[in-house]
Design a binder for this molecule. Structure first.
Ligand code: ADP
Ligand code: MG
Length: 288
């Protein structure tokens, strides 16, 4: 069963002079098994949108349906059930690490579910394995002694320990060095390959091009594209107009085409670009 957003509006501080309409008539379906990217410049409404997926924010208007649970302004919903299903990793999640040990931090959510000590330990171990943190080495350390990438992985493990069906990550690589970034992305990809439904908010066009099949683009509180990633990036000019770029290799293909090369422009990865360029070189007739 999917997550559905129907005619969702969200207004911060409604009726006050600081009122902000952060979401405007959002209609979306996130299906099980998908890997969906979400992009848009700062302030376009991405974080507000993803906080609706697990009921952290309730729509001002419209409704969100998570499997069989409906979330709407006037409705009482069992949000605990929703949050068990939809794991949300915030931007800079390490700011929410506050326990004395890595174990305690990851165990925080499962403890709130009222699970037994044995089950909690099992879940912590499994979640740490999923983000490649060695249990024996890390479980008794203070989270504050860890590197940026390791802290981020502890935070993600805390969400995974809830065994969610959907994993929503709000810019999980922000502020990490290239190595930390690559590790986190590889782990997210692995989780998806094992069947996890993933929604990834990202600033990196290269990352969403490589990882996602479907891409949602937000601009001024609304969804402006929701399509196959490849198709979305064919709108180079419109994306530029709303302050977004396209992946590096896609841009390279646009440039080559401008210079008269006969290459496809809907290329998303380095591998695809290589194939296209080799093909174009082969076809090119040698000059007399
Ligand atoms: P993004 O994640 O794409 O940068 P946000 O969802 O954070 O966008 O923000 C969308 C709009 O809502 C922006 O105009 C932002 O300033 C505003 N906003 C976000 N959080 C709050 C808040 N807690 N109170 C008031 N306005 C907010
Ligand atoms: Mg944000």
């Amino acid at each position: 069963m999917p997550i559905i957003l129907e005619n969702v509006d969200y207004i911060y501080q409604p009726g006050s002079p600081y009122e902000v309409k952060a979401l405007q008539n959002i209609n979306l379906v996130i299906n099980e098994g998908e890997f969906v990217g979400l992009i848009g410049h700062t302030g376009s409404g991405k974080s507000t949108l993803v906080q609706h997926l697990n009921g952290l924010l309730k729509p001002t208007k419209g409704r969100v349906i998570v499997d069989d649970q409906e979330i709407a302004a006037t409705k009482k919903t069992n949000l605990k059930e929703v949050r068990k299903k939809v794991g949300l990793v915030f931007q800079y999640p390490e700011h929410q690490l506050f326990e004395e040990t890595v174990f305690e931090d990851i165990a925080f959510g499962p403890k709130n579910l009222g699970l037994s000590a044995t089950e909690i330990k099992k879940r912590v171990k499994k979640a740490m394995q999923m983000v490649h943190l060695d249990y024996d080495k890390y479980h008794s350390l203070s989270p504050f002694t860890l590197s940026g990438g390791e802290k981020r992985r502890v935070a993600i493990a805390g969400v995974l320990a809830m065994e969610p069906k959907y994993l929503v990550l709000d810019e999980p690589t922000a502020g990490l060095d290239p190595r930390g970034r690559d590790e986190i992305l590889a782990q997210i990809e692995e989780l998806h390959n094992q069947g996890m439904t993933v929604v990834l908010v990202s600033h990196s066009m290269d990352d969403v091009a490589r990882l996602t099949k479907r891409l949602i683009v937000m601009h001024h509180s609304a969804v402006v594209y929701d399509d196959e990633t490849r198709k979305v990036f064919s709108h180079y000019e419109s994306l530029q107009e709303i302050g977004l770029d396209i992946p590096t290799v896609t841009k390279l293909m646009f440039r080559l085409k401008e210079k008269g090369w006969s290459v496809r422009q809907d290329v998303l990865t380095v591998e695809e670009a290589k194939e296209e360029i080799l093909l174009a070189l082969k076809e090119e007739k040698p000059h007399a």
